[in-house]
Design a protein around this ligand. Structure first.
Ligand code: UGA
Length: 429
């Protein structure tokens, strides 16, 4: 099918590349002309495993192209996906101005029936607003349908998640766009749920909030484990074997971050408030998440006593593994908290150092993970990169002033670390 994707961020670009991969004809649009030029020249603005090969392959096959002209893309497509940012506002609600602007641009360019699909994460009832806007600004007065099709990909695993989705959610106001939507997703071989637009929008917010709740739940359990000598990983393994619970998203950590969970939680709490429901449960999820970071910082201070002028190595800056994204990264927040206490930081991340630089100044960026610990009073693990498990621990121990390792992601085995001579502290173990 002929598709347009507006917005070439984590969702838009990966969606465009995957749609092209299964045989659709895809035009990706972005208002950032520098980004479009970069993509046209074969560059990729984000780090996402497998994405560069996928884009190159589909551009070469003439199934994927890039433009900054919404009008041109709309004219050449049957279905237009909106994948633009919906950033948080200071009061916790969502800035929908990019969505509104794109809706107007699509409306202005439409001269025949189009299906306009919202893929950005939006508050419930946004679809109706998009439909009203298109109707108001479409001079040609042509028919159209608005569809909600939330995206569930995780950064760092985006291609995998998109190619093998657990489910496809299609929210519609009429049955007319359903066959086309089903055709688009047929190659992905996933169960399809067709529902009303509000339910589709809610499925997204409810899912992200539930996953965040799961993480806060295990983080709360980690505090109990620390107080009782139990091991949170054993508890999570035991809980996870119950199919009703499941093991995924039960990894205790220094808290969740990123551009989705924190924002979506605030937005969902806000929307609930607007419709007259006080979602206290989700406020508690936020509170536990903030507390988890506080508890970890406290653990570092209790171990090192005064942080002023202490040299601390930090492994990880991205908000999670496999990405260069540092938005709302717990690792960056941790670095800033340690800096505030007067610590001197040596930091490393396999992919996120460039994006971290504007947010984190006055630290030493170290290219080799095995050199971060040099001369340090403690080494901290802040992101769950698999690569950190291959750290040369013998070497690290020798170059530190004290072999203290504080692991905010439970990457290492407690007994093994003690055998290697480390003072090793992790989360809930
Ligand atoms: C999340 C959802 O998982 C996706 O399904 C959704 O599509 C996406 O938001 C979105 O709304 O766009 P993402 O933010 O990319 O995906 O990353 P996650 O893998 O969910 O991780 C979020 C945070 O939780 C990270 O900081 C991660 O380190 C942390 N986390 C995750 C834990 O602390 N423990 C866990 O067990 C899992």
């Amino acid at each position: 099918m002929k598709l347009t994707i507006i917005g070439t961020g984590y969702v838009g670009l990966v969606t465009g590349a995957c749609f092209a991969e299964v045989g659709h004809q895809v035009i990706c649009v972005d208002s950032d002309t520098a980004k479009v030029k970069l993509l046209q020249d074969g560059g990729i603005p984000i780090y996402e495993p497998g994405l560069d090969e996928l884009v190159a392959k589909n551009v070469a096959a003439s199934r994927l192209s890039f433009t900054s002209s919404t009008a041109e893309a709309v004219a050449r497509s049957d279905v237009i996906f909106i994948g633009v940012p919906t950033p948080p506002l200071p009061d916790g609600s969502v800035d929908l101005s990019f969505i509104e602007k794109v809706a107007r641009e699509i409306a202005a360019a439409m001269t025949s029936y189009k299906i306009v699909v919202d893929k950005s994460t939006v508050p419930v009832r946004t679809g109706n607003k998009v439909a009203e806007t298109i109707k108001r600004y479409c001079k040609a007065q042509v028919d159209f349908d608005v569809v909600s099709n939330p995206e569930f990909l995780r950064e760092g695993f985006a291609v995998e998640d998109l190619m093998k989705p657990d489910r496809i959610v299609i929210g519609v106001r009429s049955q007319r766009p359903v066959p086309a939507m089903k055709e688009i997703f047929a190659p992905f071989d996933a169960p399809v749920i067709v529902t009303d637009i509000s339910s589709a929008e809610l499925i997204k917010h409810a899912s992200n909030s539930f996953l965040a709740l799961k993480i806060s739940y295990i983080n709360a359990i980690s505090a109990i484990c620390e107080a009782t000598g139990a091991n949170v990983q054993e508890v999570a393994n035991g809980m996870g074997m119950d199919k009703r619970i499941g093991r995924r998203f039960l990894d205790a950590s220094l808290g969740f971050g990123g551009s989705c969970f924190p924002k979506d939680l605030s937005a969902f709490i806000k929307i609930s408030e607007q419709v007259g429901y006080d979602f206290g449960l989700l406020k508690e999820v936020q509170r536990i998440n903030a507390q988890q970071m506080d508890r970890f910082v406290k653990k570092i201070i209790e171990t090192l006593w005064v942080l002023k002028d202490k040299k601390i190595g930090v492994l990880g800056l991205a908000f999670k593994q496999n990405t260069d994204d540092v938005r709302m990264s717990p690792a960056i927040e941790l670095c800033q908290r340690l800096q505030k206490e007067g610590a001197l930081l040596r930091v490393h991340d396999p992919q996120a150092m460039e994006k971290a630089r504007p947010l984190l100044q006055g630290v030493t960026y170290v290219a080799d993970m095995n050199e971060v610990a040099e001369g340090c009073d403690a080494l901290v693990i802040a992101t769950e990169w698999e690569a950190f498990k291959k750290l040369d621990l013998e070497r690290v121990r020798k170059v530190m002033t004290h072999p203290i390792l504080l692991d905010g992601r439970n990457l290492f085995d407690v007994a093994e670390m003690e055998r290697l001579g480390f003072i090793y502290k992790s989360i809930g173990r």
